[in-house]
Write a protein that binds this ligand. Structure first.
Ligand code: FES
Ligand SMILES: [Fe+2]
Length: 411
């Protein structure tokens, strides 16, 4: 890290690297300016984006003790499919068993810890097989066979289960097993997205980006369009960059909408689209681009004809992997509509956003950054920072309010 690594007095990393040293990751006086009311508040200090210790603390409190999205469950549709997934550096093995049930385990063999499926990879087999010494597990995680070896009797050597749940086609895990129900996190986001039927949409394109920026900078960037006129000329030609409203929200999400320009019929480079609209949208919604951030890692952008999502996987204090997916309704897929109009548009926008976030990362890492005032257009960003600062002070997690959604437990 280039930046200073200042933490609260007495703070120290634990030997296991969990960062669970007991104290807040940032001293209260460093957060005071961020907690001021809108209009007077400032951003976070540089250390929030550059410190390995802060990153380790967040990884422990936000990512490994709470619900995190692991992507679409449709990629695990077939019986026997096994995928190696990543929760901020912790491996999860997701398996569709023979009964159709989606199961999740720690991705570590009970012998000496070899990964069962390499991260980012997927296989399809009738058993779970460790490539190191060939121990074999059933799809329910129970140990079936250890070659040329009889493990001690009465020793549980089944794979360690991980709590998981599904919502609208997305798979979530809670590594701690102690987080409140996922429905508390979703809150009324379920109702806010109902007309788009996200559970029925199909992934028609997917791209991954390795972004040299802290995960929070990518979140902050998503939460304001103050940067749009200067950073996104193409987007600004088809969507208004101000004049929208923030959504009231229960649960652990934030969002707001902006309108399409009158000259545009879709979020595409030339403003043209297939001329189709989700049937459940009202007249206003049909002209809106609706942005939703489900903390900590899923962005859902809903337009009247498709959804585009971004899913963050933090890798280091200054590095984040971003998976972008385009979700189309069956009507457009069946009509053989080429998703290129949406893919090209967001590919262009994504690259502009990542370049901006990486530039900010360099700026806050160089020692010359002092937290600046937030503009009125950055009210949602401020709401995120307040939630974050409160979590830093309380010891986490990122808070939720209320409960409304129904979620389907995966196990
Ligand atoms: S570590 Fe898996 S069989 Fe040895
Ligand atoms: Fe942007």
């Amino acid at each position: 890290m280039d930046g200073p690594d200042r933490t609260a007095a007495g703070a120290r990393a634990t030997p296991d690297g969990s960062g669970d040293w007991g104290g807040p990751p940032l001293p209260p006086d460093e957060l005071a300016a961020t907690l001021l009311p809108p209009g007077r508040a400032r951003g976070l200090p540089a250390v929030a984006y550059t410190s390995d210790r802060v990153f380790a603390w967040e990884r422990d409190r936000f990512w490994r003790r709470d619900w995190v999205c692991l992507g679409r469950d449709a990629t695990l549709a077939e019986s026997g499919v096994q995928a190696g997934l990543d929760v901020a550096g912790a491996g999860v093995l997701a398996v569709r068993d023979a009964t159709g049930r989606l199961r999740t385990f720690r991705n570590a063999c009970r012998h000496r810890g070899h990964e069962l499926v390499a991260r980012g990879c997927a296989v399809r087999r009738s058993t779970i097989w460790c490539a190191y010494h060939a121990w074999v597990y059933r799809l329910d995680g129970s140990l079936r066979k250890a070659p040329r070896f009889d493990p001690p009797p009465d020793t549980d050597l089944d794979l360690l289960p991980v709590r998981s749940a599904q919502w609208q086609g997305w798979l979530f895990v809670d590594l701690s097993g102690n987080a409140p129900p996922l429905a508390d996190v979703i809150g009324d986001l379920d109702a806010a997205l109902a007309a788009y039927r996200p559970g029925e949409l199909r992934v028609v394109a997917s791209e991954e980006y390795d972004v040299a920026a802290n995960w929070k900078l990518i979140v902050e960037n998503y939460l304001e369009c103050y940067h749009c006129p200067s950073t996104h000329p193409e987007l600004s030609r088809v969507q208004r960059t101000e004049g929208g409203e923030s959504f009231p929200a229960t649960g652990r999400w934030l969002g707001g909408h902006l309108d399409l320009r009158n000259s545009a019929t879709s979020m595409s480079l030339d403003g043209a689209g297939p001329g189709w609209t989700f049937p459940g949208l009202d007249e206003d919604q049909a002209r809106q681009v609706r942005y939703h951030l489900l903390l900590p890692n899923l962005f859902i952008t809903a337009t009247h004809d498709y959804l585009v999502t971004h899913r963050l996987v933090p890798v280091a204090a200054d590095r984040t992997r971003v998976e972008c997916e385009w979700l189309f309704p069956a009507e457009l897929v069946v009509a053989d509509v080429d998703p290129g109009y949406a893919v090209e548009f967001w590919r262009t926008t994504n690259r502009q956003d990542w370049a901006a976030c990486e530039s900010v990362q360099r700026g806050v890492s160089g020692g010359g950054y002092r937290p600046g005032p937030l503009a009125p257009h950055e009210d949602l960003l401020h709401a995120f920072l307040v939630r974050l600062a409160a979590a830093y002070q309380s010891g986490g997690p990122l808070s939720s309010t209320g409960s409304a959604a129904s979620t389907e437990p995966a196990r």
